[in-house]
Write a protein that binds this ligand. Structure first.
Ligand code: ARG
Length: 261
């Protein structure tokens, strides 16, 4: 995770960002701290990336890389405003001895990649359409040695895979079908017949931008119906408030890069 010390809506690169909306910087840090404490309270380790002035979106740590079984596939940001974040993530991994593979193709890390270790023997789901480009899916497959399933995102409000789909355990997902092309919806229904399906209200409340450890699902507090569905399916929803970073177009998952060693 990376503290939102320097967070601001300084530019608009997704439909949620409005540079005229005021951001409460102190509240942003407070809410982010609560998220960090929530993860610690659930028994998880949290490592911190040092935020840098001039990189207001660094709080969205999920975009900096994608890690599977100790191998790190680095990010290459679509927009110039975020390009310098990639080096900070790379340094984080290299200083700690992770096997880092630098990308040639445009991709925004876990923003557009999800890993399901127990689905069909270990599957990577990958989004394209807005940020990550299709050639990066093939590059990730070569880097990580896992089959990568390409999914086409078609609604600009869901510009990253992780705002439309999340793993809820090692083999299953929750997603909002309307974010995907008709063909990609069929692919998801075929691969995940038992998936939990979210509605547009929860999806637009960033409900799918969640993190699950297979039992506890940390999600945006505004997605109350999704919380109910998860509970009914046997999971424990853990709602958190993230009103400030949401103004940048992200929520829980965007703030967390998962270190899969
Ligand atoms: N303002 C950031 C951007 O548009 C938000 C990134 C959200 N991160 C995510 N994993 N969806 O790039």
């Amino acid at each position: 995770m990376c503290s939102p010390e320097h967070f601001a809506v300084a530019y608009a690169i997704n439909p949620w960002m409005d540079v005229t909306t005021p951001v409460d910087a102190a509240l942003a840090v407070k809410q982010w701290d609560r998220l960090r404490e929530t993860l610690l309270g659930l028994g998880h380790d949290v490592h911190l990336l040092t935020p840098e002035a001039g990189l207001p979106d660094m709080v969205f740590a999920a975009n900096g890389a994608f890690v599977v079984d100790g191998t790190v596939y680095g990010a290459r940001f679509k927009h110039e405003q975020r390009a310098a974040e990639a080096a900070a993530h790379r340094a984080f991994y290299e200083e700690r001895g992770w096997h880092f593979i630098a990308p040639n193709e445009t991709n925004e890390g876990e923003g557009d990649f999800a890993y399901l270790p127990e689905a069909h023997g270990g599957l990577v789901l990958a989004g394209h359409g807005f940020r990550t480009e299709l050639p990066a899916h093939a590059e990730a497959q070569e880097a990580l040695g896992r089959p990568v399933v390409s999914l086409h995102l078609v609604d600009p409000r869901f510009y990253h895979l992780d705002v439309a789909l999340a793993s809820i355990d090692d083999g299953n997902i929750v997603y909002y079908p309307g974010a995907f092309s008709a063909a990609s919806q069929r692919v998801l229904a075929q691969l995940f017949p038992d998936a939990i399906v979210a509605d547009d209200v929860d999806a637009l409340a960033f409900g799918l931008n969640l993190v699950s450890d297979g039992a506890n699902v940390v999600l945006n507090s505004e997605a109350s119906r999704l919380a109910g569905k998860l509970k009914a399916a046997g999971y424990t929803p853990v709602p958190v408030e993230l009103t400030e970073v949401r103004k940048g177009g992200g929520s829980v998952k965007c703030c967390i890069a998962e270190l899969r060693d």
